[in-house]
Ligand binder design. Structure first.
Ligand code: ATP
Ligand code: MN
Length: 462
């Protein structure tokens, strides 16, 4: 195979006429008098390459194999296209079929197949327009994340996926064990985890934060970006059992610095996709969610609103909206509340700070009022909470008494407490769920459609 093969993206940007080979998967073939048109795509960009085959240029017995889904190569001349809608087309003279796709059974031929149906063929849906666009955007968001932090001097840290801290309070956890579930060893009626693989109970991580905090206390500005797991049985369009989280942590940084970083980061990601995924975003805007481009420009350009939880509750109480969940000081903000604030009341992203300590994690810094903590959640129109973060409690005694209040065992956190015993810097950080960001950027309504192979209660196929 020619090692200098070009992506279709590059062919579409080339200066015709020139000899070219085009590799890819057939989207469609259309035959008219004396000529066939093939739309070819290799995933490198939204646009297909139009391949034109004059009658007789390729033997009919071979051309017959060019059906939707087939994997092929065409060689020929790239020329200026006489048709509108594309700059160039390939006048093909030879064809090689690498893999046929039987039209009687290939499942990706139906136009307008539902997203539900496409989830059942997640291994093939990636060849279609929508999922091509989704995963190109996902790639750009991931790359832009690393670029953003690298350019600002942050160190990338690989935090562990298996964790023994058994109650970070972030959500239910998956247990990791090699014990024989048919025959679990017991002492005094309880499971004897000393016989388990790690000599203790272990779980899949719900967040890399606690580990990344240790690195912030040595390298100042750090971040982790990896898979996280939650065994919460919430079958919603916004929750996955396995998702990717981006978690920066900064030493010598208070909640204001943390909010600034979160806002800069979201704006950077949005500007990056606007610059690098134009055609894909235009598709989302046309076919998925008509406000995508407008809201992205809005986010990139306007400053985020910043309000305290207490003021947010006042706004909600004064709203006169018929909320399903009652609003009172101390209540956890539900999606409907978050969306009212960011969509109806304020009309752009909002950062809500200083939540009641009862509804936030133990590691958040206690305010002087002793009722609220230095939490900050970024709420975005259409999806609600997109980022959750805080300034961390760096005072040893306060942290220990918070853990006591919540009946958290000290032993699994002894290393975390050490970070407060020895040279503790004030520090802050946050978590951005990559898939929530994907939903925001693409307008896709179900989180299962923005991750390559989704894991949710009752389903871990592929
Ligand atoms: P939610 O209230 O939406 O369940 P959370 O309060 O549990 O979120 P955090 O523990 O603060 O969320 O996690 C940080 C970020 O991770 C969230 O802001 C969100 O972007 C993302 N996130 C949390 N849970 C999930 C999930 N089950 N699937 C996908 N993304 C998630
Ligand atoms: Mn949750």
């Amino acid at each position: 195979m020619d090692y200098r093969r070009s992506y279709i993206r590059d062919l579409l940007a080339s200066e015709p006429p020139m000899k070219a080979s085009a590799y890819g998967w057939v989207k469609t073939r259309r035959d008219s008098k004396g000529v066939s048109f093939v739309q070819l795509n290799d995933g490198s960009c939204f646009a297909d390459l139009q391949v034109v085959i004059q009658e007789g240029a390729i033997p009919e017995s071979e051309l017959r194999r060019v059906t939707t889904g087939a994997c092929v190569r065409f060689d020929g001349m790239l020329v200026q296209s006489p048709a509108s809608g594309q700059a160039v087309e390939l006048q093909a003279t030879t064809l090689e079929v690498y893999g046929d796709a039987d039209p009687a059974s290939y499942p990706m031929q139906k136009k307008g197949a539902s997203f539900e149906f496409l989830r059942e063929i997640a291994h093939l849906r990636v060849r279609g327009n929508t999922f091509g666009a989704v995963f190109r955007v996902r790639n750009e968001l991931s790359w832009a994340t690393h670029k953003f932090f690298k350019d600002r001097g942050f160190m990338y840290v690989h935090t562990p996926i298996i964790s023994a801290s058994d109650a970070e309070g972030a959500g239910a956890m998956f247990q990791v064990t090699t014990l024989d579930l048919e025959n679990v060893p017991r002492v005094d009626g309880k499971v004897d985890y000393s016989q388990d693989f790690f000599g203790r109970q272990a779980f899949l991580t719900v967040s890399g934060q606690l580990n990344v905090e240790a690195f912030a206390q040595a390298f100042t500005n750090v971040y982790t970006f990896g898979p996280t797991f939650r065994a919460e049985n919430s079958n919603t369009p916004r929750h996955l059992a396995e998702f990717w989280m981006i978690e920066p942590e900064q030493a010598f940084c208070d909640i204001t610095g943390n909010m600034n970083l979160a806002e800069d980061f979201l704006k950077y990601l949005v500007s990056h996709v606007l610059d690098h995924c134009r055609a894909d975003l235009e598709f989302f805007n046309q076919r998925i969610e008509p406000t995508v481009l407008e809201t992205l420009h809005h986010v990139a350009e306007s400053p985020f609103e910043r309000i305290t939880y207490t003021d947010a509750i006042k706004l909600l109480e004064a709203s006169g909206e018929p909320f399903e969940f009652p609003v009172f000081w101390g209540c956890d903000l539900q999606s409907e509340h978050e969306r009212y604030l960011t969509e109806k009341k304020i009309g752009r992203p909002v950062i809500v700070t200083d939540y009641p300590k009862e509804i936030k994690a133990f590691y958040m810094k206690l305010n002087d009022d002793e009722r609220t903590v230095r939490a900050m959640d970024v709420l975005a129109p259409r999806i609600g909470e997109i980022i959750g973060g805080s300034q961390r409690e760096e005072r040893y005694d306060v942290l220990v008494s918070r853990m006591k209040e919540l009946s958290l065992p000290e032993e699994p956190y002894s290393w975390y407490l050490d970070l407060r015993k020895y040279g503790a810097a004030p520090h802050s950080g946050f978590g951005l769920g990559l898939e929530r960001m994907m939903m925001y950027v693409t307008g896709m309504k179900n989180i299962r459609d923005v991750i390559p192979f989704y894991r949710v209660p009752g389903s871990a196929e592929f």
